[in-house]
Design a protein around this ligand. Structure first.
Ligand SMILES: O=C(O)CCC(=O)C(=O)O
Ligand SMILES: [Fe+2]
Length: 342
């Protein structure tokens, strides 16, 4: 299968969106978008250690499942450099990029790609990406990552370490916010699998008909995302899409499905999508922090009470991932399949 990169289509100067990228009317991005009253965007959690962020964290995790964090301790230089490196890669000639092409025949392989799913049908996302396997260290093979622009591989390693530390800190705070032992979620995840995906959204000839990335919740435990100042990430809140307005040096935290299962649904994974625009390319860097495929995930029994009965069945994470890739993201129906009928 030859996979057409979106960037090549965009740079060919099309004036109409090719039909494979046209979303059905009910999924088009112009509907139900609002700026939230709290800040005109998604909420912000200040991690300054002199404050006690736990009560606010609890509220944001149960009501939103996604929020910005500031005073997170990751130097802005680290955030800027990885975005610049990603842009440098995508702005390089196609032949150079194709040396790192991912295997188009199978899902979730490392490298430069454009289609999230290997199946042929379905509307395509207006997005190209580079996926890096960064943890555990046995999966790390920097020779599979670009060697341009300069220092690319070192920057990915540095970024991976910074995001690992922040994810661990957040998961420990999230456990604490539910009166679980600090290491509860981390222990439940077991050995951590971390992937870093740099997404590049080319300008789109008819952005009102397309999505950069269709609506989904992330599969793993927690996602940390940074974006440039173009913006395009939206989160579904109370049935409406809310734009995550770019906030410089902030990091967006997105709770993913395994955290929803582990917390017995007290904390929700956030549905999100990316919209595109006609004028400017956009870059984002998503770092996924996931269990091993051999790990079994089930709700923390401490959180199961008469008022909050067991909500999800146990699942082997590997089975969850396989079903996600065979069915596609399509809303949250993957996690819904584990619901216990009350
Ligand atoms: O680019 C974005 O803002 C969203 C990326 C995302 O949701 C993902 O890669 O799972
Ligand atoms: Fe996502």
């Amino acid at each position: 299968m030859v996979v057409q990169r979106v960037q090549e289509l965009a740079e060919a100067g099309l004036s109409f969106l090719p039909s494979q990228y046209i979303q059905p009317p009910e999924l088009r991005p112009d509907r139900h978008c609002r700026a939230d009253a709290e800040s005109g965007s998604i909420p912000v959690l200040d991690l300054d250690t002199s404050l006690n962020p736990i009560p606010h964290l609890r509220r944001l995790c149960s009501e939103w499942g996604a929020f910005h964090v500031v005073n997170h301790g990751v130097p802005s230089r680290v955030l800027d450099k990885i975005k610049e490196a990603g842009l440098g890669f995508f702005r390089s000639p196609t032949e150079a990029k194709l040396r790192y092409a991912c295997d188009p025949g199978s899902a979730a392989t490392e490298g430069y790609g454009s289609r999230m799913l290997s199946k042929e049908e379905g509307v395509l996302d207006w997005r190209d990406y580079f996926d890096h396997h960064t943890l555990p260290e046995s999966r790390r093979d920097p020779s599979r990552w670009p060697d341009f622009p300069e220092n690319y591989r070192d920057l990915v390693l540095e970024y991976s370490d910074s995001m690992k530390a922040l994810a661990q800190r957040l998961l420990s705070m999230i456990s604490e916010s539910l009166n679980l032992p600090h290491s509860y979620i981390q222990d439940a995840i077991g050995e951590v699998y971390q992937n870093i995906t740099i997404s590049y959204y080319s300008p789109c000839p008819q952005p009102e008909l397309a999505l950069g990335l269709q609506s989904h919740s992330d599969m793993g435990a927690i996602t940390l995302l940074i974006q440039d100042d173009v913006g395009g990430l939206e989160l579904l809140k109370d049935g409406e899409w809310v734009l995550a307005k770019p906030l410089s040096d902030a990091i967006i935290v997105i709770l993913a499905d395994q955290t929803e299962i582990l917390t017995n649904g007290i904390y929700r994974s956030a549905l999100h999508r990316a919209i595109v625009n006609a004028d400017q390319a956009r870059i984002s860097v998503a770092t996924f922090y996931d269990p091993a495929k051999t790990q079994k995930i089930s709700p923390a029994l401490q959180l199961v009470t008469e008022q909050s009965p067991l909500k999800y069945r146990e699942v082997l994470y590997g089975d969850y991932v396989s079903s996600w890739y065979s069915k596609g993201p399509d809303g949250k129906r993957n996690i819904d399949a584990l619901l216990i009928q009350q």
